[in-house]
Design a protein. Structure first.
Length: 462
């Protein structure tokens, strides 16, 4: 099958030109001006941007968490992602304490098998490295299974939290082999103490989720993560960075030449603490960790993105329905499942808030939504760019089209949208995933099971 994409404005992290792209099978095979070549399908991309498919490096599909399971599975979640212009997700498998890491990977392979409309890869959440077998399993994941990044938690004591010795052990081991430790950086031990006091005083409403997780607790976690990584001589990647206090720690490290990387998420760029004040328990929709912060932090995060102290934007898509799932915490904020939806809206939100509102260039938009993730997580140049030989993961993006984000028109399997009513300019029109049409003029034309598992190589940015 040959597809010719004509007349588009092709944007990568470094290029900006008008040209035609020939896709043959799964790959981009030719790029040029006014290509006059027979093809099975011709797509006219006039007045549109032609960009590399988005890579969302942080999703949680079908994940047991907080006494329930995230509402999107690999079928609904990847379909929604495709609608929004994302063609690769990197999802989190979980090793629960006392179990095998390889078994956890098998479980996540089964969850995704036959369901995904777009390509996917896995990070592994590691909660137990107490045995020699666990260390061998980490090596096996990096060397043979294509799972080269590992998330560790400084939060959620008793469930996911690991101690500093375990983090240091993982960093030393993974770092020496080109693997990457992704840190959920928050001082969960102190946070739990603050939560205990709040509940004892009868403060149970959703807003206390935010008020019991101060920015200093995140900054301390980031600072400690970086110090541990430095001692282990390994790079470190901070996930879902939410605030200026934490960003300052990353910036300071990077200014000193330390290989510290970080992502932020749309929720921290567009939403703020005031959302927790919504009536009728609606604040629960925004209970995520780290929590939404005071609004002034948003400008600092945009500056961080512009200046490359933050390398990318991923969603931390972890949806729970308001009805029945968020409601588990009606009488106690600490029982509200932590997480929020977003995989479908990331590209439009960042284009709108970033490019349309003049904060970042269109090249930087591509870099922070696709290219940097590919480089950091070992997928470049197969993914993350438009080049001859790369996978034909291509998004035809209408930079003038407007849409109003709403649960009424989204495809995520969740009964609310965090950005309800927000008008954005910049909408995904057509999506190819490894050469196959998945979205055509806004309509899903893909097939569950066409998405493949991606074995990743080791860290490519240092
Ligand atoms: O609230 C969140 N972020 N839920 C997902 C789990 C995590 O920590 O990323
Ligand atoms: Zn986390
Ligand atoms: Zn997450």
């Amino acid at each position: 099958m040959k597809t010719l994409i004509k007349n588009g404005r092709v944007i990568t992290a470094v290029d900006d030109y008008y040209g035609d792209i020939l896709v043959d099978g799964e790959f981009i095979t030719l790029i040029g001006k006014s290509l006059d070549i027979a093809a099975d399908k011709v797509i006219d991309a006039k007045d549109k941007l032609v960009i590399p498919g988005g890579i969302d490096a942080h999703t949680h599909m079908d994940m047991p968490f907080g006494g329930t399971t995230s509402a999107d599975d690999f079928r609904t979640g990847t379909l929604a992602a495709a609608h929004g212009g994302t063609t690769t997700i990197i999802d989190f498998a979980i090793q629960t304490k006392g179990t095998s890491i390889v078994d956890a990977l098998d479980t996540w392979h089964s969850k995704a098998q036959g369901k995904a409309s777009i390509d996917y890869a896995f990070h592994m959440i590691v909660t137990d490295l107490s045995k020699a077998e666990h260390l061998e399993e980490v090596k096996r994941l990096i060397d043979r299974e294509g799972v080269t990044s590992f998330k560790m938690f400084m939060a959620y004591p008793g469930v996911l939290l690991v101690d500093d010795a375990t983090i240091f052990r993982a960093m030393s081991l993974a770092g020496a082999r080109g693997g990457l430790i992704c840190m959920h950086a928050e001082n969960g031990v102190v946070i739990n103490e603050i939560i205990r006091q709040a509940l004892a005083e009868g403060r149970t409403a959703p807003k206390f989720h935010a008020l019991t997780r101060p920015t200093k607790a995140e900054a301390e976690g980031v600072n400690r993560s970086i110090a541990l990584a430095e001692m282990a001589e390994s790079p470190v990647y901070i996930v879902h960075l939410s605030c200026h206090d934490a960003l300052k720690k990353v910036k300071e490290a990077r200014d000193n030449g330390i290989p510290a990387f970080a992502e932020t998420c749309p929720q921290y760029l567009f939403l703020d603490y005031s959302y927790y004040e919504k009536e009728n328990f609606e604040g629960a929709k925004y209970v995520m960790t780290p929590p939404l912060r005071e609004k002034w932090n948003q400008d600092e995060l945009w500056t961080g993105l512009k200046m490359n102290d933050l390398q990318l934007v991923s969603t931390d898509h972890c949806p729970f329905c308001f009805k029945e799932q968020k409601e588990l915490g009606r009488d106690d904020f600490s029982k509200i499942p932590n997480g929020a939806p977003g995989v479908e809206n990331r590209m439009s939100l960042i284009y709108n808030g970033g490019v349309a509102q003049g904060r970042i260039s269109v090249n930087r938009f591509v870099e922070i939504t696709s290219t940097s993730a590919a480089k950091i997580f070992g997928l470049f140049p197969r993914k993350g760019t438009i080049a001859v030989g790369s996978d034909a993961d291509i998004v035809i993006f209408d930079p003038k089209k407007k849409m109003t984000i709403s649960a009424k028109n989204h495809h995520m399997n969740v009964d609310y949208n965090s950005y309800e009513g927000m008008e954005v300019v910049g909408v995904t029109d057509t999506v190819l995933s490894r050469g196959k049409l998945v979205i055509e003029n806004g309509k899903y034309v893909g097939k569950a099971g066409d998405g493949q598992f991606l074995k990743r190589s080791t860290v490519q940015l240092r």
